[in-house]
Design a protein around this ligand. Structure first.
Ligand SMILES: [Zn+2]
Length: 168
């Protein structure tokens, strides 16, 4: 009983956070975070040309030594991870990406358009994950979808994706 009411209270308070502070509905003149087919994603507000900086990705800096990485962590350099803040934290993976990450400063990455990106389209990049326990199946819907959210060079290590697997 207690657990249930605590959960309810959390939901209510989260709603308040969303209404008052809008962390999860980020938007500026370039991009916005909103709900897509598979949950929240980052969408272009305006057109981006190939080679154009979409935004700077900043976040919490974590050393490789003391941290083994989360699903969303990005590699800053050989010694440091970057756990991205909003909006980058909501970027989804695609096997057919329209952007990629580059090192921009000592403390940040840059998300750069690799093709024309029209307003309203979702901005996605290739996570290039190494296979790990619980590697998710990919639902990016691209014609060349690899079936798993893993790097192209590692697809051969994965089995056949189960087409019928339901979203959890
Ligand atoms: Zn895919």
């Amino acid at each position: 009983m207690k657990k249930k009411s605590a959960k309810k209270r959390r939901e209510k308070l989260q709603k308040k956070v969303d209404e008052l502070h809008g962390y999860r509905c980020y938007h500026d003149d370039d991009v916005e975070v909103r709900k897509g087919k598979y949950g929240l994603g980052v969408y272009a507000v305006r057109q981006f040309l190939p080679g154009e900086l979409v935004f700077e990705v900043t976040g919490q800096l974590l050393s490789h030594e003391n941290y083994h990485g989360s699903n969303y962590v990005m590699e800053l350099n050989e010694n440091w991870y970057l756990e991205p803040t909003i909006p980058a934290a909501f970027l989804n993976h695609s096997c057919s990406p329209n952007s990629e990450l580059v090192q921009l400063t000592k403390y940040s990455l840059g998300l750069v358009a690799i093709c024309n990106i029209e307003p309203e389209s979702e901005i996605v990049f290739d996570y290039q994950w190494e296979p790990h326990e619980g590697t998710p199946q990919c639902r990016c819907g691209a014609l060349n979808c690899r079936g798993w959210v893993v790097a192209a060079h590692a697809v051969h290590k994965m089995g056949k994706p189960n087409k019928k697997e339901k979203k959890k």
